[in-house]
Design a protein around this ligand. Structure first.
Ligand SMILES: *Cc1c(COP(=O)(O)O)cnc(C)c1O
Length: 470
């Protein structure tokens, strides 16, 4: 049975339930499976053409093990993906945008970004596990825009959860902010931090690393630092690959990347046996990952605002998960590297590991001008409106695919209507508003503005959380 270890040292391996409820490991590392399952080819052949729920069941079962009885898991999956939260019968449909080139629409959930695909499932799973354990949980999360609303939407009806979402004040789009702040629920709290996304994420990580606060509030994370999110994201790589000929034919993916969660799920999909050829890491001008794959030098720079704000990130949390396997699970070596990155804001990867990394990922960057041009070309050539994040991925797909006979799938991570200004700038028309965004502009907003100050943020959360042991 699979158990989970921290990237900063294996310690005692943990169960799925424990890592799901904990989020971050106590040593501030991230949980990864202690071994990788292999899905066999016959099973993959049989899965081709089956509903999303069935593929999800097969992908997730080895990772979840006995933590959830199979019939319960299947019911949760059905409720998540077939119960009306997603507005497309395929859940994650493919749309062709060019010869052997596709986009996968990951915006059919309630908040119109790919984050819904994992979080809608996780909210339901959390509620089930907490009910079983008779516990109450305080979730803290940082968002660069889309995670927050998806997490809030996933938890607003959970009886046993209070959720606190930190967003960088003034650095998300208005629609993104309103999707979070207009939710009327007594267990939902929005904090606008006077800082960047990285500041928000550092605050969250520090609070999760604070044993006292963690214990007092039963704190957990719902960012992509939670393993269950990565696991749930593996599923759509599988459905897309199966639709395009897996296990008999390979397929490549191009993924707009910020925190390295989504593209890491693609790497996991390949690791468990899906025939994935290229994984193209697509960044905007905040290109720390692209520079790393080009040079082996991981070096933090200032975060610059772009048209694709959900990727305006310099510290990609999930990268640590990949590095752990890249370095052959040399936990001590990784710990040193992460320390160097924290203190010196930089590290250099050894040449042997870099050779391997370059075989596993291709990287591309895309500035705002090229983003707009890609949106324009896609609209002119195929009549499809894409959002700026999707454009960054599509540009990576078109410029970095090395075998035109292998289908390439660019992940459409958000609905164009979430970024109407950028769409208008690119193609001269505003995207039609989907029904779920109706009325957003007229609703009252609820949030508190706090400085980038750990004490202030902690104090607020301690005051408001209902799980607190006083
Ligand atoms: C979150 C997000 C990303 C970045 O995904 P990561 O998993 O953090 O790499 C890209 N595009 C959109 C639209 C997002 O919401």
């Amino acid at each position: 049975m699979i158990r989970y270890v921290s990237t900063r040292g294996p310690g005692t391996p943990q169960s799925f339930t424990d890592v799901m409820l904990a989020g971050l490991a106590p040593d501030s590392g991230l949980y990864i499976p202690d071994m990788w399952p292999e899905i066999d080819r016959d099973l993959l052949s049989h899965l081709a053409g089956t509903p999303y729920t069935n593929v999800a069941m097969e992908i997730m079962t080895p990772f979840i093990g006995k933590a959830v009885p199979p019939d319960v898991l299947f019911k949760i999956l059905q409720d998540t993906y077939e119960g009306g939260s997603f507005d497309h019968a395929c859940v994650a449909p493919l749309v062709q945008v060019g010869p052997s080139a596709w986009i996968m629409e990951l915006f059919h959930g309630p908040t119109l970004s790919f984050k819904d695909y994992a979080l809608q499932f996780i909210g339901r799973l959390f509620d089930y596990l907490l009910e079983q354990k008779g516990q109450r949980l305080t979730i803290v999360g940082a968002t660069s825009g889309d995670t927050g609303s998806a997490a809030i939407e996933a938890c607003r009806n959970c009886k046993n959860i209070d959720i606190f979402i930190l967003h960088p004040k003034g650095r998300t789009s208005e629609i993104q902010r309103r999707q979070m702040t207009t939710v009327e629920a007594p267990n939902v709290f929005n904090i606008a931090v006077e800082g960047t996304f990285d500041d928000c994420q550092t605050l969250v990580k520090t609070m999760l690393g604070d044993a006292k606060m963690r214990g007092d509030l039963n704190l957990s994370a719902i960012n992509s630092i939670n393993w269950a999110r990565i696991m749930a994201q593996i599923v759509y790589y599988a459905t897309a690959a199966l639709a395009l000929g897996a296990p008999h034919r390979p397929v490549s993916f191009a993924v707009p990347t910020g925190n390295f969660g989504n593209v890491y799920a693609g790497w996991c999909a390949r690791r468990i046996g899906l025939p994935i050829d290229q994984l193209i890491v697509a960044t905007n001008k905040n290109d720390i990952l692209t520079r790393f794959f080009e040079t082996g030098d991981m070096r933090m720079e200032r975060v610059m605002p772009t048209l694709s704000p959900s990727m305006d990130i310099q510290i990609s949390s999930n990268f640590e998960r990949y590095l752990c396997d890249l370095m052959g699970r040399d936990y001590d070596g990784l710990k040193k590297l992460m320390h160097a990155f924290k203190v010196q804001k930089a590290f250099i990867m050894n040449p042997d590991s870099m050779q391997k990394a370059k075989r596993e990922f291709t990287a591309q960057r895309c500035d705002d001008e090229t983003t707009l041009q890609t949106m324009r070309e896609c609209y002119l050539q195929s009549g499809i409106m894409i959002d700026p994040h999707t454009a960054v991925g599509l540009y990576g797909a078109m410029t970095k695919r090395d075998d035109p006979s292998v289908p390439v799938v660019a992940l459409a991570c958000a609905h164009p209507a979430k970024f109407p200004d950028a769409v208008e700038k690119a193609i001269g028309i505003r995207p039609p508003m989907p029904a779920v965004l109706d009325g957003l502009l007229g609703k009252a907003e609820h949030y508190i503005v706090l400085p980038n100050d750990l004490g202030k943020v902690q104090g607020y959360i301690r005051n408001e959380a209902k799980a607190i042991r006083r």
